[in-house]
Design a binder for this molecule. Structure first.
Ligand SMILES: *[C@@H]1O[C@H](CO)[C@@H](O)[C@H](O)[C@H]1NC(C)=O
Ligand SMILES: *[C@@H]1O[C@H](CO)[C@@H](O)[C@H](O)[C@H]1NC(C)=O
Ligand SMILES: *[C@@H]1O[C@H](CO)[C@@H](O)[C@H](O)[C@H]1NC(C)=O
Ligand SMILES: *[C@@H]1O[C@H](CO)[C@@H](O)[C@H](O)[C@H]1NC(C)=O
Ligand SMILES: *[C@@H]1O[C@H](CO)[C@@H](O)[C@H](O)[C@H]1NC(C)=O
Ligand SMILES: *[C@@H]1O[C@H](CO)[C@@H](O)[C@H](O)[C@H]1NC(C)=O
Ligand SMILES: *[C@@H]1O[C@H](CO)[C@@H](O)[C@H](O)[C@H]1NC(C)=O
Ligand SMILES: *[C@@H]1O[C@H](CO)[C@@H](O)[C@H](O)[C@H]1NC(C)=O
Ligand SMILES: *[C@@H]1O[C@H](CO)[C@@H](O)[C@H](O)[C@H]1NC(C)=O
Ligand SMILES: *[C@@H]1O[C@H](CO)[C@@H](O)[C@H](O)[C@H]1NC(C)=O
Ligand SMILES: *[C@@H]1O[C@H](CO)[C@@H](O)[C@H](O)[C@H]1NC(C)=O
Ligand SMILES: *[C@@H]1O[C@H](CO)[C@@H](O)[C@H](O)[C@H]1NC(C)=O
Length: 424
């Protein structure tokens, strides 16, 4: 009680001092109803109350039919219902109908939040309905050959934002990446559900939800990912180039590839720096194979190799840089294929140059659970740089009955704490 009182007194002083009238402005809307378009009224409310005000989207489903940016400054948005993005695939794939603000792999966005000092609270009752099922079905057609960067939209993009919080937010059926934070500082995501679960029996037992990453971080600093629950068919978290001071705590990954660092070094002309990452209380758990057959890794690190093979979004390589000071602590694995790997051969072809990308200061503390292979640790690092300073403590992952845990250290120096010998 005392805490709450202090908060409200503080809020009142803050409101009076800084933003006398503007901040007291409130815009409240409700969905127009089935068959009608809510995009104009949502954008209208944000235009009116998004700077120094309070916007309330009451419970229900908001029909969103075109791309949308929320520019929020000193603002609060209470999103009690769902923003439902119409599943008109051909419409969204027209490059004029999405934003291309995420530089890496030229990814497309249908909803961008930008600005500073904002809170978007979806109260565990709202967020985004991505209507992904028709998208997943579409991309599962055998004649469908479009690849990454073809314009499939990211569900929620936070771009060029500072000091923002996204709270208790659900994203159902993301067609592609669930979240991306790019070119931003000091963003807290506290409570995030992403749920790419196929329900079309035609595709039971296959992963028809590739690229449904929980979040990709890029060119961003001071990002907190707290209390996440991700069901996907790809990277649960993907920490990409120039992500620094990243905190993840209490993250559950259901199916997919696990937590990724990378792929790094895709752009030969750009240096990728990843530094000061702390993650704890992570769970990687295999789910019903009918819905999602993959649970590939615990936490894994990957770079492209040293040669350029094609151009992004789908090709690339040859980029340098370093990843330094990454700790993962209290990790529970339930039947993952491979608990942890470093690989530096993304996009590699015979005769390619080794990667110059450097992985150093990796720390693994208190990992437990089960793996479906005996390859518990596989550090397959580049010979021209080596990985260095890699410590393990409390590594207790069991392998299938009758098998012996295996630890691989190729071009890895300063590896400590493994419970058995590490072989090249
Ligand atoms: C969304 O709005 C469009 C009109 O822009 C309409 O054709 C469509 O039926 C609406 N969808 C829903 C689910 O209400
Ligand atoms: C996109 O918009 C530009 C400028 O308005 C136009 O020239 C181009 O033809 C449009 N592209 C498509 C695919 O509609
Ligand atoms: C693939 O086949 C479906 C019909 O099965 C058709 O509707 C669709 O246009 C085709 N897509 C391409 C890219 O040819
Ligand atoms: C995830 O999506 C599936 C399929 O739509 C649904 O059955 C399930 O309830 C969802 N889970 C959560 C936690 O929302
Ligand atoms: C962890 O996050 C989940 C939501 O993903 C939440 O329900 C749970 O209470 C959190 N656990 C702790 C200890 O905070
Ligand atoms: C790096 O190369 C990409 C193309 O692969 C290009 O779009 C980008 O502008 C280049 N960036 C710099 C800083 O040269
Ligand atoms: C990362 O930051 C460095 C400078 O600190 C810059 O040279 C490099 O181009 C950046 N890389 C990307 C992917 O933006
Ligand atoms: C490593 O990163 C953590 C944050 O994750 C930070 O607190 C610590 O100071 C960093 N260590 C070094 C040596 O920079
Ligand atoms: C897995 O999901 C399928 C499809 O929803 C369902 O029929 C089956 O009972 C589930 N299996 C288990 C073990 O829950
Ligand atoms: C290894 O990493 C730790 C923590 O990041 C750091 O404090 C230590 O100095 C590093 N040791 C070496 C030999 O680089
Ligand atoms: C990599 O480590 C090996 C074994 O410790 C060492 O002989 C070699 O010189 C190192 N290479 C580089 C590039 O540091
Ligand atoms: C490793 O975990 C198993 C259960 O999975 C447990 O029985 C065993 O005591 C643990 N060993 C250590 C050294 O913690």
């Amino acid at each position: 009680m005392l805490g709450a009182t202090f908060v409200s007194i503080f809020a009142a002083i803050y409101l009076c001092a800084g933003h006398t009238q503007a901040r007291s402005r409130t815009c409240t809307i409700s969905p127009h109803g089935v068959g009608l378009d809510d995009t104009d009224q949502v954008l209208g409310a944000i235009a009116k109350c998004g700077h120094g005000g309070h916007t309330v989207l009451q419970d229900g489903v908001y029909n969103i039919t075109r791309k949308m940016t929320w520019d929020l400054v000193d603002a609060t948005v209470d999103l009690h219902g769902y923003l439902s993005f119409v599943p008109d695939i051909e419409y969204w794939l027209d490059s004029n109908h999405t934003y291309r603000v995420v530089f890496i792999q030229s990814q497309a966005s249908w909803f961008v939040i930008t600005g500073s000092d904002f809170l978007v609270d979806a109260h565990n009752t709202g967020g985004i309905q991505g209507n992904g099922q028709p998208w997943w079905d579409f991309y599962s057609q055998p004649n469908e050959t479009r690849l990454d960067g073809d314009g499939r939209p990211i569900s929620l993009t936070v771009y060029r934002a500072q000091r923002g919080t996204i709270r208790d937010f659900a994203i159902q059926a993301q067609p592609f990446w669930c979240n991306c934070v790019a070119e931003s500082q000091s963003i807290v995501y506290d409570g995030m559900l992403c749920n790419a679960s196929n329900s079309n029996p035609e595709f039971f037992g296959t992963n028809i939800v590739p690229n449904t990453d929980g979040i990709d971080t890029y060119r961003s600093d001071d990002i907190s990912l707290l209390n996440w629950d991700i069901t996907c068919g790809d990277d649960c978290l993907a920490i990409k180039g120039n992500s620094t001071n990243i905190l993840a705590r209490n993250v559950t990954c259901r199916g997919g590839n696990g937590i990724a660092f990378g792929s790094l070094g895709q752009y030969v002309n750009l240096t990728d720096i990843v530094e000061n990452v702390f993650m704890e209380d992570l769970t990687m758990t295999r789910i019903n194979a009918t819905i999602q057959p993959n649970m590939n890794n615990g936490v894994y690190f990957k770079s492209w190799d040293g040669s350029v093979n094609g151009v992004p979004p789908t090709g690339g390589g040859g980029g340098g840089g370093f990843l330094k000071n990454v700790t993962t602590r209290n990790v529970v694995l339930n039947q993952v294929n491979r608990p942890t790997t470093v690989s530096q051969t993304n996009g590699a072809m015979a005769g390619d140059l080794p990667s110059t990308y450097k992985f150093e200061d990796l720390h693994f503390e208190n990992w437990r659970g089960t793996a479906l292979s005996n390859e518990v640790v596989a550090l397959e690092c580049s010979a021209v740089v080596n990985c260095t300073n890699i410590s393990f403590s409390g590594l207790n992952v069991s392998v299938p009955a009758g098998e012996t845990p295996e630890f691989v250290c190729q071009n890895a120096e300063g590896v400590t704490g493994l419970p058995g010998p590490c072989v090249a």
